[in-house]
Design a protein around this ligand. Structure first.
Ligand SMILES: [Zn+2]
Ligand SMILES: [Zn+2]
Length: 349
């Protein structure tokens, strides 16, 4: 019996009152498992979708899946980490290991998957546990706040390097100046592409940062002359590759319109609801439409390699830091899109 208790933000049932900050037992660490003391945890769009019942969860469950932490205890048989190691983890916490997808390392597609923070107790708590084989050490030199951005960054690395083909010299259009859009643009630029990143009216500050860090060109997608602007940038050719990173219907339509014939379209943003897609327009241009969801072990390893290569600048995206008790304020701020990534601080580094 584990007597110790902790605070955790738990989704217990439907409705806003279904999300409750409560005292629960510290999880017991079984064989091949790692008990992690959470240091920082990021508020993701998915957490807001869960709050609004727009994402499938297995209740009751502690939510939160973007985090950095320190190994507190390891179970019998664990050899990849030791107590005191700074770690993150993949989020496919429960997967069968025997389906066609698991056998290819595509745990996020396992029909029996239960994800961290939606089907398996997550990171909005002082402690969480994880299967040891999903736990990865944080590279030296990467701060704990930045490391809490690993999960969204690994998803970007999967989209750009595993699901899409972005070649040097390609013209790439990234819709969305949030963190996902900017990281996508950073990686495409590092890959040698000529990148345009698009925001909308009111995104001036974000576009300024994007111009400094991510992309050769920035545009306001809400401007009446967007098409002329992009035709000038691409010398009349339009884009070889487009990434939709906002999960907004208008942005999706623009991405389809700006993609050149036989170009590649990638869906990264989550809409949270059914949307209508002008597929005839895509079909008549023979667009190759791809979606990208979450990340594989190899995406995470590649991400850490890219971080060591100095490809990413992450610190500008770290926003306000809240205590778990202030979760409603943190969620409000995250929903307002005033900051790139709102974090909880669960314990000392
Ligand atoms: Zn996330
Ligand atoms: Zn499986």
């Amino acid at each position: 019996m584990n007597e110790r208790t902790m605070r955790a933000l738990v989704k217990e049932g439907p409705g806003r009152e279904g999300l409750v900050l409560k005292t629960v037992p510290v999880p017991a660490c079984g064989p091949d498992e790692v008990l992690i003391r959470v240091v920082y945890a990021g508020v993701c769009g998915t957490d807001l979708h869960i709050y609004h019942d727009e994402y499938t969860v297995f209740t009751p469950v502690t939510i939160g899946h973007e985090f950095s932490g320190v190994v507190e205890q390891v179970g019998e048989g664990v050899t990849n980490v030791v107590p005191g190691d700074r770690v993150v983890s993949l989020t496919c916490s429960v997967h069968c290991g025997t389906c066609d997808f698991c056998r290819q390392g595509l745990y996020m597609l396992c029909p029996n998957k239960r994800g961290l923070g939606s089907g398996y107790d997550g990171a909005f708590a002082e402690y969480m546990k994880s299967p040891a084989d999903l736990v990865l050490k944080i590279p030296e030199g990467l701060g704990m706040e930045e490391a809490a951005l690993s999960e969204p960054l690994a998803s970007v690395v999967r989209a750009v390097t595993e699901n899409m083909t972005v070649k040097a010299g390609d013209r790439v259009y990234v819709s969305g100046v949030g963190m996902m859009g900017q990281l996508t643009a950073q990686l495409c630029t590092a890959s040698g592409a000529d990148v345009t990143i698009a925001g909308i009216r009111g995104d001036e500050e974000r576009l300024k940062l994007a111009r400094a860090l991510c992309a050769a060109h920035t545009v306001d997608a809400s401007a009446a002359d967007l098409e002329e602007q992009t035709l000038a940038i691409t010398e009349g050719d339009m884009y070889d590759v487009v990434f939709e990173c906002c999960g907004a219907p208008k942005s999706m339509e623009t991405c389809i319109a700006l993609c050149r014939r036989r170009g590649q379209y990638c869906q990264i943003g989550l809409y949270g609801d059914a949307v209508s897609v002008p597929l005839d327009k895509a079909l008549m241009k023979e667009l190759q439409i791809t979606t990208s969801f979450s990340a594989t072990h190899s995406s995470w390893k590649r991400m850490f390699r890219l971080i060591r290569q100095g490809i990413f600048t992450l610190s500008p995206y770290v926003g306000s830091v809240f205590a778990l008790e202030q979760w409603e304020e943190a969620f409000r701020l995250a929903a307002s899109s005033k900051e790139y990534k709102v974090l909880f601080r669960l314990s000392k580094e």
